[in-house]
Design a protein around this ligand. Structure first.
Ligand code: CP
Length: 301
């Protein structure tokens, strides 16, 4: 299993053994001494982020490493017209690893053509969000005790939801049944669904109540305003999907509710104080997972 110097671009690039190895490495990170003392991470965020950027930066610093980077392109020479590729080429020489978020699909892959420094994809448009998937798998494993024999519903905005695309791909390796719950206009990309169906049972529905008593895990997602070309299209479907405490009356007692966050109304605050809500725990699992990914890519574990 080779992680040192590896780019982390798409979840499809990983075998089941590799996915599990990252989760096992994360388990050991609580007591890890500062092994990244001589390393620098560049955090390049061309699109807004709270969790991905700050959990990577926190993980790097907690392991003794240093962080450079930007979260606003207007503060860089991109504002003067410098190209994306020149920017990556230059910064690649200033650091040991780059964490990149960009609104355009394929940007992380493109960046690998500009530098030999490992690129970690922190989300590229509506394509993929592989590091989120590692922490989602970790959350499911920690809160349900397993990754097999689960009924999992993906709920909300599936068409352009990069976290859903990546997590559904990774879960193909496990014995799960997936329910895709969305409006007709927000369904999973047909090509991906067709591929998933080759490996596991997939069911598409519009109302989560139809399958509520079967579910072990619900993965709710935000309707992403920024992916709509027209504001009017967003306004039409805004607020279509909501989970509140009444849902627990028909759900399994131990169902776990995940959300990559930020939420904008899909999960009502009344759910926050139930044992079913694990989305804040999920966000905090970003630290051991990012520590594990950085240590693996930098060849320190
Ligand atoms: N889950 C996630 O990617 O959150 P941010 O957009 O805040 O990084």
């Amino acid at each position: 299993m080779q992680f040192t110097g590896r780019h982390i671009l798409n979840i499809d690039d990983f075998t089941k053994e590799e996915l599990l190895h990252v989760l096992q490495t994360a388990n050991k990170m609580q007591t890890q001494p500062p092994i990244l003392q001589n390393n620098i991470m560049a955090s390049l965020f061309f699109e807004p982020s709270t969790r991905t950027r700050l959990s990577f930066e926190s993980a790097m610093k907690r392991l003794g490493g240093s962080v450079i980077g930007f979260s606003d392109c207007d503060d860089t020479s991109l504002a003067k017209g410098e190209s994306f590729m020149d920017t990556i080429k230059v910064i690649g020489g200033y650091c040991d690893v780059i964490v990149l978020r960009h609104p355009k699909e394929g940007s992380a892959q493109k960046a690998t053509e500009a530098t030999n420094t490992p690129i970690i994809n922190g989300g590229d448009g509506s394509n993929q969000h592989p590091t989120q998937t590692f922490l989602d798998l970790y959350t499911i494993q920690k809160t349900k005790g397993r990754l097999d024999n689960l009924h999992i519903a993906f709920f909300g905005y599936l068409k352009y939801g990069r976290t859903v695309h990546s997590l559904a791909t990774a879960l193909q390796f496990f014995n799960v049944t997936m329910y895709f719950v969305s409006l007709k206009t927000l369904k999973m990309p047909p090509k991906q669904l067709q591929e998933l169906k080759k490996h596991i049972e997939c069911v598409e529905i519009e109302d989560i109540n139809e399958v509520a008593p079967q579910l072990d895990v619900i993965y709710a997602t935000r309707i992403q305003k920024e992916r709509f070309q027209y504001e009017a299209d967003f306004q039409k479907i805004k607020g279509s999907y909501k989970l509140d405490k009444t849902f627990l009356n028909i759900a399994k007692k131990d169902v776990k509710i995940l959300h990559p966050l930020p939420r904008v109304g899909e999960i009502q605050h009344t759910l926050d104080y139930t044992p079913n809500a694990v989305y804040f725990q999920q966000a905090h699992y970003g630290i051991p997972i990012k520590k594990a990914l950085l240590s693996l890519v930098l060849g320190k574990v």
